[in-house]
Every structure is written in C-alpha cells, then in structure tokens.
Design a protein around this ligand. Sequence first.
Ligand SMILES: Nc1nc2c(ncn2[C@@H]2O[C@H](COP(=O)(O)OP(=O)(O)OP(=O)(O)O)[C@@H](O)[C@H]2O)c(=O)[nH]1
Ligand SMILES: [Mg+2]
Length: 401
Amino acid sequence: MINKLLNKGWINQILHPSVSDSDLHERLEQARQQLPVPVFWLLGKTQSGKSSIIQALTGSSRAEIGQGFRSCTRQSAVFDFPNEDTAFVRFLDTKGLGEVGYDPSDDMAWCQSQAHLLMVVIKATDHELDGVLSAARSVRTAHPEWPLLVIQTCLHEGYPSKATNHRHPYPFSGDQFDSHTPPDLVRSMRVQRQHFKALNAHYVAVDFTQADDGYDPAHYGLEALWSAIESALPMGLQHMLLQNRLHTDQLNDVYAQHAYPHVMGYAISAGLLAMTPIPAASIPLVIAVQGKMFHSIASIYGVSLTKRSVYEVFSAVGIGGMSIGFGARELAKLVPGWGSLISGLSTAAITYALGMTLCYYYAQTQQGHAFTAKMIKAVYEEQLQQGRELLKARFTQKSAS
Ligand SMILES: Nc1nc2c(ncn2[C@@H]2O[C@H](COP(=O)(O)OP(=O)(O)OP(=O)(O)O)[C@@H](O)[C@H]2O)c(=O)[nH]1
Ligand SMILES: [Mg+2]
C-alpha cells in the first residue's frame, strides 16, 4: 500500500514537477559549488582549431557549438556541455586573444572557483606566438596549480605534400618523435615546445580534419588528447562524454546515443542536489531533475511523456530503485566526511540508470519489440552498475580548484 502511494506521488511529480525552473536553476548553481564543473580554458588565436577541439571532444556539431556559446566575460564565451542547466564540462573560448594587449584577468576571475585545465591551442606551423605566450604566462603565474596542455593542431599543414598521410602508430606521444615523421613538421613543433618549456606544459599533437579532407582518421590524435586530459584531471570525463560507451545491444539506437550526455548531465545534477546537508530537502529537487530528464528523453524520442510509460518503467524497476539512493545515507554515516559524496554518487547512478532504462523502453516501443517488466529490470540493473562506474571518479574526487 505504501509502495503504491509512493509510486503514485512520485509519478505525478515526475510528470508535473512541483519545483519551479528558476528555483531548480538556483539550487543547482549552489550545489555545483561543492563539486565545481570542470572548465577547459581554450586559449588560442582565431582559427587555431578551438571549436574543432570542442567538436571532437563532445561529438557536438559545428552548428550546435556555434549556437551554444554564451558570453561570460567581455572577451570570452563559454560553451556548456550538454547544456547550461546540466553542464558537466564547460569550455571557455577566449575570443579576445587576437586583439592587441589581451588581458586575461577578467577570464581568470571568471574561472577562479572552478576546476581547471588550461589548453593552449596553436597551429603546429604557427610561429607568431607572442600573444598566446604572454597570456599563457600570466595565467600560469597566477595559477600554477592549473595544468597546462599545449595542443598543436593542423599537423598536415606541415606535411611535405598533399599525398602524405598521417603516421601510424601515432608518433607524438613522447618528446622523441619517430624518424619517419616529416622533418619540417618535427622542427616546427620542437621550436614551439621550446617556447613553452619554462611553463612546465604537457603537449599533444592533433589533426582534426573534415571527413572529405581524406585523412585517416578524421580525428587524428584524439585518443592522445583524451589521455592527456585524463592525466591532468582524472575525472573519467572521456566515458561520460563519449556516447560509444553504449555498446549494449539494447541501447545502441541513435536516440539513445543522443540522449546519453543529457542523461549524464541530469544524473550528475541529481547527485549534486542529494549532497546537501539536509537530505529531506533535496528529495523534491532530485525528483524534479528526474522529471526534467524524463521529459527531455521523451522529446528526443519524439513522443510526449505519459503516465503509463513512467509507471511501466518505475514498477518494473521496483521500489528498490525508487528509493533513489537515500538508503545510502545509512552507509554514509559509517564513513565520516565521505557521506555526502557517497549518497551523491548513488543518487546520480540511479538517476542515470532510470534515464537509460527509459531510453530502452522507448526504443522497444518504437521498434515494436515485445518486452517484459523483467527485461526492463535487467536493463536497469545493468545501467545502475554502469552508472556507478562512470560517475565514481566525478563524485569521489575533489576536483583541483
Ligand atoms: N586540418 C585541420 N584543420 C583544422 C584543425 N583544427 C581546425 N581546423 C580547421 O581550421 C578552421 C578553424 O578551426 P576552428 O576550430 O573553427 O578554429 P577556432 O579556433 O574555433 O576559430 P575561431 O572560432 O574563429 O576563433 C576550420 O576550417 C577547421 O576545420 C586541425 O587540427 N586540422
Ligand atoms: Mg571557434
């Protein structure tokens, strides 16, 4: 009986959240202060390849990136991924760098309380680096704790001819480039690295081309870029961004791929909200985030969210899943200081699993496949495991600030 009542209340709140958008927005902003969203600060001249890096890392299209930027300081814009409310990674694009006398202090102030990775983006053949260098120096002096990654782009512009292809395996991992790498390019990259030496930078070389440029692969060096990011900020971001984690057969439709980062964003938001010192107060907020997630998934699948679909998913998952992680508070008490992080993680993982299970439900309905409550439950259990794995690093590690 109690379960039935809870189900009903819950489902209604999912369908019609009792928290206003502005309230939720405000509470999320507060909650994010505990575990700030990592910001990748892209410092580079115009046309150096900054947007292409965002595109390669997030899988967003050029148009999505173009439309997604919002101004945040006089000279810079920020791209929130997957969107402003559920962002779990932010890219700061310093537009002012092309101007004479760019002063990074506004941008530094904006970044102040956030976890950071400074990415200096330069074309591998560019040697007019004074502006970038002096900006990088100022940031480095003020914030020696922010890791610095120098990304050398557009490698093929340094190849001897159009017929030259990328080297395989990727030869730019260490400082010793292999002897078959085009010598002019190697010389150019070495000179650039020399300039940044005093700044204690790490380096990656990439060539993010368009499919019709004919280079293989189009995103050359992406893996190396990811591993450099992961060693600088070990937060497991790569798997949180990359939709191709969805290798389960049941969840490989394009809608689920598209929904994936949104589900991740909502899951992290729910987890952050659950980390409050007054747990009871966070329950309606967590449900409101889950409600928004359900509506957003439905709209990705081109349907409207019905009571029936929510009911079918929730009843298949069972009351265990519905307790959205508040049971973890018992466990949390046993681990002083980590309690709120653990309940944040379990709420996030459960929210993630609910989201992916709804994707499965819609995919099956849409494709006309027969499915049972048992199958839904199995998907949920599997996604719960996956969610815990994916989100662990985000919730158990204080990010550098
Ligand atoms: N071949 C190659 N082309 C690249 C690479 N990165 C960027 N480009 C191309 O260079 C041009 C500029 O790249 P963007 O990523 O838009 O550069 P940006 O720094 O964002 O430029 P602004 O937004 O104008 O400041 C585009 O035509 C890209 O397709 C790269 O690594 N290799
Ligand atoms: Mg750009």
